[in-house]
Design a protein around this ligand. Structure first.
Ligand SMILES: [Zn+2]
Ligand SMILES: [Zn+2]
Length: 755
């Protein structure tokens, strides 16, 4: 009997269905399903799925007590492997006993190679003959074509590739556990409140914190804009003064005052330009596009993996942006045409030749992400469908024509002041017809010639301010991590999720907490190498060298232990200062706003010594006795805003499905309204399947940036309006810190063992 081991049950089932000559018999042992069938040559075969890693690397039990073991001891502690999925292990051993040959059919990457090697080591304990009868099936899509090709061209397991995966696992455990324990002990943050530090996580946090500090340091500069609304034979259009940003208010006001109808066209220019097609999707560009649709990076990857397992898309972990010549583009279009994209795919199939676009990253392991099936919309949940559709549309866009845009520019003079108007429209949709996500609304100008007169209908004088650099969305953050070589396509999204889970960041775009900022600062100051992207990027390269056999796993782990030893000793010497700095951040995060009762002191989160419960109290106690109750679960973050109904501070509660905003006063009239909204939102979220949501406002306490939100005092009257502080920006959707807590990808920064 031939045994096939896959990474997950879904794949085992799928492969059985593809390879079986006739039917597939499903059986199970210890509730672990497996599949019996005869392949096309009549060979009896069994396929069984693992649950990802079935063994885990860890320290021996004597190192598990945080308080009893000096974190430093973990640097050189021995590593042991323990079985994590016992019934899976027993099942594959039972099946291996009767097997005469073995095919490892785990995912085709470092991690998959390691999982395959782990499985091999286990089955060999049961049936040692198999060590000489093992082959490897490598495929990028769970489609009949790919699977049959892979099984007729079986390869060998790559030990160097598996060792590279193992090196990453070992290094991340050693670094994560040592530093996490050190920092948590130094700040007395134990139990569920532990503070994690990691090889990839920490430099990523530093990038986020640096951006926030730039925002805080940003000094907005005021400027003024003069706009007009014009009419030409009943068709309206807008124009802007040529000096787009006036820095002198008086001059702008003078210009505004003298404007009077009519205006005269002085020049008309028309240009057309080609808009190149997008490159094929790799993991980074896919995740980025998915976050633009409102998914978290972690959720997007989880769904993409499900779509891969169900045979709808190819393997979603890839750096490649060039379709290999072996990929049959027409076959993929044929598959699409079977589903909801019959018309679009049919258009492309009717062309005599296909010329796909190319990106600038070319690797040979996997093709870019492309659709492999044509499911019906009703077969998938809404969230799955929207990501499948994204992949399908992107694929078609890479095969379509370039788009052609026509742009117009009209120069005008109004009361001897120069103005201009811009228009643009798509004249040939090309790929934009397949991929509407990138399409901007056409902005049409009326047909105008030189010396035409236009009527001045309205004029506007707007006071604005320059804006600080914006916070990173999850998509751009993943792109930035890729640029700095931080993490891998398989881990980046879970690293970001970790930052949310540890309370270092919140919201979307990603905003650091005070604790997150101070943690980043502390590590930059006392262990700069841990905080900078260079070292971890170097280690990443070393791991690639293991898979190319230029370094051994042992060499790389030793290099990394030495680096860690240096960083550790520097942290140890500065233990007190480091803890003090982090405390500063934790304390700042507890400040929720000014006290409405005494008006002089601040409100903060306090934990009662007697009841151990937390509540909000005034720092002016005992002179001021203002208190508010608090939910006992979830992190609490000040929003810097007060409730318009009762004047109490509003706070953001993290944890649970998604963060929510709460007025602290339990008797506030908004409470009833709030409950209704929650119910409505929950219903809407279920219906629309939205990842993000919630009318949460971004936090802006203590920042110079809140005053920099656009102040758009608009005056359509003849008099310029004074510059007014603006209404706060529109609510930004907030990402649930727990929204994607169950990431199946290997965690890179886990502390190993919590006390
Ligand atoms: Zn007070
Ligand atoms: Zn209120």
């Amino acid at each position: 009997m031939r045994l096939i081991i896959t990474e997950k049950n879904d794949a085992a089932k799928k492969i059985a269905g593809i390879l079986a000559q006739r039917g597939v018999k499903e059986d199970a042992y210890l509730r672990i399903p497996y599949y019996l069938f005869n392949d096309e040559e009549g060979q009896p075969t069994t396929s069984v799925g693992l649950k990802g890693h079935v063994v885990q690397v860890d320290f021996p039990p004597e190192f598990s007590e945080w308080r009893k073991v000096e974190p430093k001891a973990l640097i050189d502690a021995p590593l042991v492997k323990t079985e994590t999925a016992k019934s899976v292990v027993r099942t594959i051993k039972k099946l291996a006993a009767d097997a005469s040959s073995l095919v490892i059919a785990t995912d085709f990457d470092r991690e998959g190679e390691l999982i395959g090697l782990e499985a091999l080591n286990l089955v060999v304990e049961e049936n040692e003959k198999l060590v000489r009868a093992v082959r490897r099936a490598r495929f990028s899509a769970l489609t009949p074509g790919e699977i049959k090709r892979a099984f007729s061209h079986l390869d060998h397991l790559s030990e160097p590739l598996a060792r590279a995966g193992e090196a990453r696992q070992d290094i991340d455990l050693i670094w994560g556990a040592t530093l996490t324990r050190f920092v948590s002990l130094a700040t007395s943050r134990l139990g569920s409140q532990f503070l994690s530090v990691g090889r990839v996580q920490t430099p990523t946090l530093v990038l986020i914190a640096e951006r926030e500090k730039e925002r805080r340091a940003f000094v907005p500069e005021p400027f003024w804009v003069v706009k007009v609304e014009l009419d030409h034979q009943g068709q309206r259009f807008g124009a802007v003064h040529k000096e787009e940003r006036f820095t002198d208010e008086a001059r702008a006001a003078a210009v505004f005052e003298k404007l009077a109808t009519p205006g005269r066209v002085t020049a008309v220019k028309q240009t057309s330009r080609k808009v190149p097609r997008p490159a094929p999707f790799n993991t980074t560009s896919f995740t980025s596009a998915a976050t633009a649709l409102g998914y978290t990076a972690a959720a997007a990857m989880r769904i993409a993996e499900d779509l891969y397992m169900s045979g709808h898309i190819s393997y979603p972990r890839t750096d490649n942006t060039v379709y290999p010549s072996s990929l049959d583009l027409r076959e993929a279009l044929d598959a699409l045409a079977e589903g909801e994209f019959r018309r679009e795919a049919g258009e492309l199939l009717s062309r005599p030749t296909l010329h796909p676009s190319r990106g600038d990253k070319r690797t040979t392991d996997h093709p870019p992400i492309y659709p492999t099936g044509g499911p019906r919309r009703s077969e998938l949940g809404d969230r799955e469908w929207r990501l499948y559709e994204l992949v399908a549309r992107r694929f078609m866009a890479t095969l379509a024509d370039e788009a052609v845009m026509e742009s117009n520019r009209v120069d005008l003079v109004i009361s001897s002041e120069p103005f201009f108007a811009r228009g643009n429209r798509v004249v040939h949709g090309g790929w934009l017809d397949y991929y509407p996500y990138s399409r901007q609304k056409d902005l049409e100008l009326p047909f105008l010639r030189k010396d035409d007169l236009v009527e001045l209908v309205d004029k506007q004088f707007e006071a604005k301010e320059t804006q600080p650099p914006s916070r990173y969305g999850q998509g751009p953050l993943i792109e930035l991590m890729e640029k700095h070589n931080l993490g891998t396509k398989a881990t980046r999204h879970s690293i970001i999720q970790n930052l949310y889970d540890r309370g270092y960041v919140h919201g979307n775009p990603v905003e650091p907490t005070e604790m997150g900022i101070k943690m980043a600062e502390a590590l930059q100051e006392f262990a700069p190498r841990i905080a900078s992207p260079e070292m971890t990027a170097e280690l990443e390269k070393d791991m690639d060298l293991i898979s190319e056999r230029d370094l051994t796993k042992e060499q790389v782990v030793t290099i990394s232990r030495n680096l860690l030893r240096q960083a550790y000793s520097s942290l140890e010497q500065n233990r007190e200062q480091m803890a003090a700095k982090i405390y500063e951040g934790i304390t700042d995060d507890r400040i929720l706003g000014g006290c409405p009762k005494c008006g002089t002191n601040r409100l903060r989160v306090i934990r009662s010594k007697a009841t151990k419960k937390r509540f909000v109290g005034c720092e002016g106690y005992p002179d001021c006795d203002q208190t508010y109750p608090l939910p006992q679960r979830g992190d609490i973050i000040g929003t810097g805003e007060v409730c318009v109904h009762c004047g109490s501070p509003k706070v953001k509660i993290l944890g649970g499905r998604r963060p929510w905003i709460l007025c602290l006063d339990p008797h506030c009239p908004t409470k009833a309204e709030y409950r209704e909204k929650q119910a409505a939102r929950a219903a809407k979220a279920t219906a629309a399947g939205e990842e993000t949501g919630g009318a949460t406002k971004s936090r802006s306490t203590k920042t110079a940036t809140q005053s920099a939100t656009k102040s758009a005092a608009k005056a359509t009257s003849a008099k310029p309006a004074a510059r007014k502080p603006a209404a706060r920006k529109t609510p930004s959707p907030a990402t649930g810190s727990a929204a994607a807590s169950g990431s199946e990808t290997p965690t890179t920064v886990g502390p190993g063992d919590e006390p």
